[in-house]
Design a protein around this ligand. Structure first.
Ligand code: COI
Length: 355
């Protein structure tokens, strides 16, 4: 196993902070586990990795990541099975995507051994932080940023890769109402939309805030040319059940290749459902909601998991979707993935990594 060959310098905390955490009232992304994994890239190679207490870090004000945005991240989740095993859902996919983002952002690529080895050792040390409460998990945030002290525009020569962990509850605790965004743009062909870089999310904050002021939970991005096709939401991919078929926009330059999205499409195909990866026009969507052909609309992501929509807003009108029931595809696929992630159902696709 790769992780056994990796030598990590480990400095455990003197005293865990876990006693102070109320695991029955977890907010998303506000609480952090005791330790973090850190490794630096310098002189053309990755240096000795370390696990150290989670806490503040010191940086130069000229840190390149702060100026030109070479900063990428991932999101994964760990779960605790009934027999106490810590299980991570599809981490290799996240490692692959991290490096896809790194290539586009002209950053150093991370060897699988460092990603998986760091993850494994960190989770072994902080296993007690994996929640067991229903709907809760340990959100894992791997990220990398440029660390050169330089204000010229050029790729940094040094980087830092870290993994931090946060016990979380639901990102969206109830069905959401999303607004179709037709003024601001997230991504264009040839751009960085497919990469999980920090700037893609920074650019979403203003339109999301404006939408929230109008009573929406988030926005739905549309294509940059015509604002005619829906792409993804600010925090998740988008999927629809139309005439009994699962329909979603194809990934490409402008849409993130979501791990949850891919898992849902795979399960749907295995269940014999027709899956269409094709552009979804706003007209088709709204007309379909009116006529009842659009049976379900939901978002999918690591943080959001499967988040049904109760309405979609477009140019001041809200289009209401049918109520989600236990038989809805979104509910069934959520349960199926949950059962796999928690080890309650056999992992026939090799998706679950046991720490
Ligand atoms: C994730 O789902 O892991 C993300 O990175 C999305 C972010 C909005 C939390």
């Amino acid at each position: 196993m790769l992780t056994e060959t990796l030598s990590i310098e480990t400095h455990p905390v003197a005293q865990s902070r876990i006693e102070a955490v109320d695991f029955n009232n977890l907010q998303f992304g506000r609480t952090f586990a005791d330790h973090m994994f850190v490794v630096d890239y310098a002189d053309g190679e990755w240096q000795t990795p370390q696990i150290v207490p989670y806490g503040p870090m010191e940086f130069t004000p000229a840190l390149m990541a702060l100026h030109y945005g070479q900063a990428i991240f991932e999101g994964m989740k760990a779960y605790k099975s009934e027999n106490g095993d810590v299980l991570v859902f599809r981490p290799q996919k996240n490692w692959e995507r991290l490096n896809k983002s790194a290539r586009r952002m002209c950053m150093a690529e991370l060897p699988e051994e460092l990603f998986m080895g760091g993850l494994t050792e960190l989770l072994r040390l902080d296993a007690a932080w994996v929640p067991t409460q229903p709907g809760c998990s340990l959100y894992i945030r791997p990220f990398m940023f440029a660390t050169d002290e330089f204000v010229g525009v050029a790729p940094s020569k040094t980087y830092k890769f870290l993994i931090i962990n946060s016990p979380v509850g639901a990102y969206y605790s109830k069905p959401v109402k999303l607004k179709i965004e037709t003024k601001y743009v997230r991504a264009a062909k040839g751009g960085v939309g497919f990469s999980k870089n920090a700037g893609n999310y920074g650019g979403s904050l203003l339109p999301a805030k404006l939408a929230q002021e109008q009573g929406y939970d988030q926005i739905i991005w549309t294509d940059h040319k015509e604002h005619r096709y829906v792409e993804e939401a600010g925090t998740m991919n988008l999927l629809f059940v139309i005439d009994g078929k699962l329909v979603t926009a194809p990934t490409g330059d402008t849409i993130l290749d979501g791990v949850t999205r891919d898992s849902i499409l795979t399960v749907a195909r295995d269940w014999g459902m027709t899956v269409e990866e094709r552009p979804v026009a706003i007209d088709e969507l709204l007309e379909g909601i009116r006529s009842g052909r659009v049976q379900e609309a939901f978002g999918a992501g690591t943080a959001a998991v499967v988040s049904p929509m109760y309405a979609i807003g477009y140019e001041g009108t809200d289009y209401h979707l049918p109520e989600i029931t236990e038989q809805s595809f979104a509910k069934r696929v959520y349960r199926e993935l949950d059962d796999i992630k928690l080890g309650r159902k056999p992992d026939t696709r090799g998706w679950v990594y046991k720490v």
